[in-house]
Design a protein around this ligand. Structure first.
Ligand code: SF4
Length: 358
């Protein structure tokens, strides 16, 4: 039986070097190949123009290089761009370019679908299909960065792993992609500009700390009370707020990096004074900042959006109690690109109208 082809972007630098030498090439060709894969963002063997054709042919025989393709883009009236990316095996994942006056942020996905079924989230209604590969996560940044240049004439300033999926359930590829995005011989983006957002898996948060994570961590909190959080985030049943607090304190002690809480305001559910008091206590214990997020009701949702005045009052209460808080205005709502709305709604239509972008 012949061996399955190697996905070249799953190899480490020393493995690429070894492969190069096995294929009869000089060691410096290995360095060139590595540069093409990550720094020069090659999307095909043909792109690698300074590698000998014979080497490229041998690589193509032994390995696969399977970039994501930008299949569709939708632009919101506020400038937000939602992207549908097609994977080599025909699935769609979504990423979003979010422009604000001071930032150009890429919100990227870590899995196709999600297994966590948070009740307010459109992605949670999709089944988890598979983890995204390292190269597929990095490709989202590369392709969204191209759109940032196209529409705003400058590159991305920030990356958030807040799209489809739970990054800490695709731990190895999340860590490796973050390393490739920030490494000088990768995309060379600043690590302080990269945020991984988790629904809260205590043992993986500890692991992040043990592995010396060099990016920002955000926890999707959404309720500072176990009964409420169990109701909207089933993951809380095995990762209670107490367990998460211990893990987060371990993380901040070990990495010396602060944590941010994401808190979607759900009208009549988690936006009362009591909720604010519970949030203050919890955030104070972890020294966390709080991002309050306007909810974008998804089809069939039991929740509504908190009125803006109430959201502002909630924020002021947190501030009065010494918590750094701000309201994140939802963007891209008209195209379902806002937080919690990514759900591949257009997938069936894509195959016909799809166009490849490079
Ligand atoms: S909020 Fe995140 S973890 Fe929860 S279902 Fe949606 S994508 Fe999954």
């Amino acid at each position: 039986m012949s061996k399955p082809p190697v996905d070249i972007r799953e190899l480490q630098v020393d493995e690429v070097q070894l492969l190069t030498e096995e294929l009869g090439e000089k060691p410096y060709r290995g360095k060139q190949l590595w540069e093409w894969l990550w720094k020069k963002r090659a999307r095909s063997w043909d792109d690698m123009s300074d590698l000998p054709k014979t080497f490229r042919a041998k690589l193509a025989e032994r390995c696969v290089l399977r970039p994501l393709v930008l299949a569709e883009e939708q632009k919101s009236e506020d400038g937000t761009v939602k992207c549908a990316f097609r994977t080599w095996d025909g699935h769609i994942v979504e990423g979003v370019l979010i422009p604000t006056p001071t930032r150009l942020t890429a919100c990227i996905s870590s899995q196709i679908g999600c297994s966590l079924t948070c009740s307010f989230c459109a992605t949670g209604k999709l089944k988890r299909v598979r983890n995204l590969e390292t190269g597929e996560i990095v490709d989202q940044v590369v392709l969204i960065d191209q759109l940032a240049h196209k529409y705003f004439e400058q590159g991305l300033t920030n990356i958030v792993y807040m799209g489809m999926g739970e990054p800490l359930l695709n731990y190895a590829n999340t860590m490796r992609s973050a390393e490739r995005i920030t490494a000088p011989d990768g995309l060379a983006m600043a690590s302080r500009r990269l945020t991984i957002s988790t629904a809260g898996i205590a043992k993986m948060i500890r692991k992040l700390a043990d592995d010396g994570a060099k990016f920002n961590l955000a926890l999707s909190l959404h309720a500072a009370n176990d009964a409420k959080r169990d109701r909207i985030m089933p993951i809380n049943e095995q990762n209670s707020l107490g367990d998460l607090k211990d893990a987060l304190r371990y993380y901040t002690r070990k990495t010396r990096r602060p944590v941010t809480f994401e808190y979607i305001l759900l009208k009549g559910f988690n936006d009362s004074l009591t909720d604010a008091q519970e949030l203050v206590r919890y955030a104070s214990d972890v020294h966390a900042k709080v991002n309050l997020i306007e909810y974008n009701p998804i089809d069939g949702s039991e929740f509504g959006r908190t009125d803006t005045d109430d959201a502002v009052a909630f924020m002021h209460y947190l501030e009065k109690k010494g918590i750094v808080a701000r309201i994140r205005r939802s963007r891209g709502r008209d195209i379902d690109a806002a937080c919690g709305q990514l759900a591949n709604k257009n997938e069936p239509a894509l195959k016909e109208g799809e166009r490849e972008m490079k």
